[in-house]
Design a protein around this ligand. Sequence first.
Ligand code: SF4
Length: 94
Amino acid sequence: MSSEHYKFFNHRECEFFPCHKGLEDDEFNCLFCYCPLYFLGDKCGGSFKITGSGVKDCTDCLFPHRKENYEKMMEKIRGFMREEAEKRKKDTEK
Ligand code: SF4
């Protein structure tokens, strides 16, 4: 049995569970609900659409909800944090 419980949880009592279709309920990871990659725009790596009004629509994306994608999600978040730290460092050197 895995001891890495911090990588996955399944909130079946949520009124919206499962909020995206296409995964078995037992496989649906709720850890990254309200996807933290949303702010990366077209660089998130997921399968989004842009609506006619210009809004990014993630309805068909299961990337953050696949349990096997935990490390990929964390790497994207860490990459963004590294880039931001570099920008801040350059700004303070000006
Ligand atoms: S398309 Fe997928 S990975 Fe990208 S922000 Fe939306 S839910 Fe996250």
